[in-house]
Design a protein around this ligand. Sequence first.
Ligand code: IPD
Length: 274
Amino acid sequence: AAVNLEEILTFGTGLARTVGSVILDAFKQPKNIQHKMGCADLVTETDQQVEEMIIKAIKETYPSHKFIGEESVAGGLKCNLTDDPTWIVDPIDGTTNFVHRYPYVAVCLGFCVNKTVKLGIVYNVPNDEMFTAIRGQGAFSNGKKLAVSSESDLSKSLIMAEFGSARDPATVETVLKNMSSVVLNPVHSIHCMGSAALNICAVASAQAEAYYEFGIHCWDYCAASIILEEAGGVTIDTEGGPMDLMARRIVAACNLTIAEGLRKKLVPIHFPRD
Ligand code: IPD
C-alpha cells in the first residue's frame, strides 16, 4: 500500500500527545527505576508502558508497518531495519531527566521506508513542544518553521554533547578527552541536555551549532535527524560521509563546515552496531 506521509504525521503527532499526557502524569510521581546495561542506563515502568501504547496504536492503524522500539529491543527483540515501512520508537528519550524531573523529556517517532528516514516527530513533553518534519517539506516546532544557525566558525559555536550511559573507565576517559579537545578548540561552551533527540532539535532550532555522541541508538537520533536536515542542517557519521542510522554515533550540525571541524576533534569510541 502507498504510504501517505501527511496522514502518518497527523496520526503520529496525535499519538505523541496521547502518550505525552501519560508521561506528564508520571513525571511528578515517584518512579520505579530499573537498570539495563549499567548503573547509568535507566528504564522506568513508564518507558515500557508508553512503548506498548505506541506499538499497539500503530499496529491497529497500520497493521503492515514494522517497528524498532527501545524497550522492545531491551526485552530481546532484534533491531532489524528492512525496506518495509518501519517506525523507530523511543518512548522516553531523556529517561535520566524523567527520573530526576529535569524537564527535557521527549517522545521520538521516526518513520523509515527503504531504510531512509522519511518523517520525524520529537515531542518535548514538559515543554509541550512538538518538532516535526517530512522529507522535502521543511521542519517545524509547534507549526513554526525551523532554520539552523548560520555560524560557520567552530570557535563561536555552542556544542551539545553527553556523557552517555557507559561507565567503564576507558570509555569515560575518551568521552572526557573528546570534551576537552572540543572545548579547547575553543568553542563557546558544551551543554548536556540529557536527551540526544532534544540536543539535535536544539541545533535545528538555531539554539546551538552542533551535537555529537558515540553510543546512542537508532531510536535516539532517527526522528531528530530528519528534523535537523529539514531545518537546513547536516548529519554525518563520525568517520565522515553520511550519517549511518545503525552505527550508534553522529555529528549533527548547522552546516558541513562546523560538522567537519567538530568531527576532526573527536577520538572514535566503538560500540557494537544496532
Ligand atoms: C539517552 C539520552 C542521552 C544519551 C544516551 C541515550 P534514553 O536515551 O538520549 O542523552 O546520552 O546515550 O541513551 O535512554 O533516555 O532513551
